[in-house]
Design a protein around this ligand. Structure first.
Ligand code: F0G
Length: 364
């Protein structure tokens, strides 16, 4: 049966209860944990791995949460499901809804999502609506919509999303023979994923499978850094929304819905929040590409942020680090091509990069 091949539903004892015949799966999960030897050597780390969630069926980590939440929607008899998205959630929802025979609608910011992602929701048959606003504006419209119509909302404020999205925490430990990493580094956008993974590790600790949890650190793009700012100012007691701007379009989010959960995960695990520049993201992405793995720009913030954590000693050379790569490199080929043609970054963005990084960019 397909559910026996799902890396998410392997853990069904820790997931929402849905009858087997109502589970909607594309055989997600069971993603690879790759070594990054060149990146590790560059940073002087002996242990650096990447959990590549871009290797899921629709090419991003969203599939693990979509299988759980969409199964709940189907089992509750909804006919319509909807999301606001920067592209990956919409691709995942469209795929899983099509699989379940549900109708779906995606609200996306016009001209601000990568083409690969836009094409997916169209390919899977979702009603694809581009709005002349940003992601945060799309969320506002969606909130209105679900109050007026019997539409099941599948954004990550839906708790069942986080249930599936916590399972990579279990997989990472399995893949490491239950030796707990010291650090897990994740990108931060709407800030649900760090919360989901934190929940996964906390549950395993609570159940007695592990005695401690990794430090979970969140990395944001400088132009979309509301959590970073909040933590600088008052340790995350309040979060001021920002007008977000970054080429890492997946995390171009100024008013993250799950920021309170993220603050709690940072405090509970002892992790940090960092921000990285456009030049740092671009170089980090190219370096992950040069490992023969690749990822989309939003995923590369993890490695860019790790460089900062290593530079000031927050991550020590002997510590064991896992990066969470959230999306496949083919999600946003335009970014990659522009970078390698030398057409991505502006002169002033390049000027912000340290000299040796600029040299590294030229050599790639
Ligand atoms: N990485 C990728 C590739 C993403 O698509 C997202 C979020 C994130 C990181 C950030 O995760 O929001 O849980 O902090 N994408 C959402 C979307 C917002 O609509 O696809 P987060």
């Amino acid at each position: 049966m397909a559910i026996d091949q799902s890396g998410v539903w392997r853990f069904r004892d820790l997931l929402p209860i849905v009858a087997d015949d109502q589970i909607v799966t594309l055989r997600e999960g069971n993603t690879p944990l790759y070594e990054l030897p060149k990146c590790a050597a560059k940073l002087g780390l002996s242990f650096l791995l990447a959990k590549h969630q871009g290797m899921n069926p629709t090419g991003s980590f969203k599939d693990t949460g979509m299988t759980s939440a969409l199964s709940v929607a189907a089992s509750r008899g909804f006919e319509w499901v909807a999301v606001a998205s920067t592209g990956n959630t919409s691709a995942a929802m469209a795929g899983y809804a099509a699989r379940a025979g549900l109708k779906s609608m995606v609200l996306i910011p016009e001209g601000k999502i990568a083409w690969g992602k836009l094409s997916q929701s169209m390919d899977y048959g979702s009603v694809t609506v581009q709005l002349k606003t940003d992601f945060d504006g799309c969320v506002r419209v969606l909130n209105e919509l679900v109050q007026r119509a019997p539409v099941y909302m599948l954004n990550s404020v839906n708790p069942y999303r986080l249930e599936g999205q916590k399972t990579p925490a279990f997989e990472i430990l399995e893949q490491l023979d239950w030796r707990i990493p010291d650090h897990l580094i994740v990108p931060g956008g709407n800030l649900a994923n760090c919360s989901a993974l934190g929940k996964g590790f906390a549950e395993l600790k609570h159940l007695g499978f592990i005695h401690r949890v990794p430090k979970i650190s969140v990395i944001q793009a400088h132009g979309a850094n509301p959590l970073f700012r909040a933590m600088q100012k008052d340790a995350g007691a309040t979060l001021e929304p920002v007008v977000a701007e970054t080429r890492a379009s997946a995390i171009r989010i100024g008013n993250p819905a799950s920021w309170r959960k993220a603050v709690r995960i940072l405090a509970e695990t002892g992790g940090w929040v960092e921000e990285v520049s456009e030049a740092e993201i671009a170089l980090a992405k190219a370096e992950i590409g040069a490992e023969g793995i690749g990822c989309e720009p939003a995923s590369a913030v993890t490695y860019a942020g790790l460089k900062k954590l290593v530079a000031d000693g927050r991550v020590a050379p002997e510590e064991r680090v896992v990066l969470l790569l959230t999306g496949h490199t083919l999600k946003d080929p335009e970014y990659t091509i522009n970078y390698h043609r030398g057409e991505l970054l502006t002169e002033s963005e390049l000027a912000t990069a340290p000299a040796e990084e600029r040299a590294a960019m030229k050599s790639l």
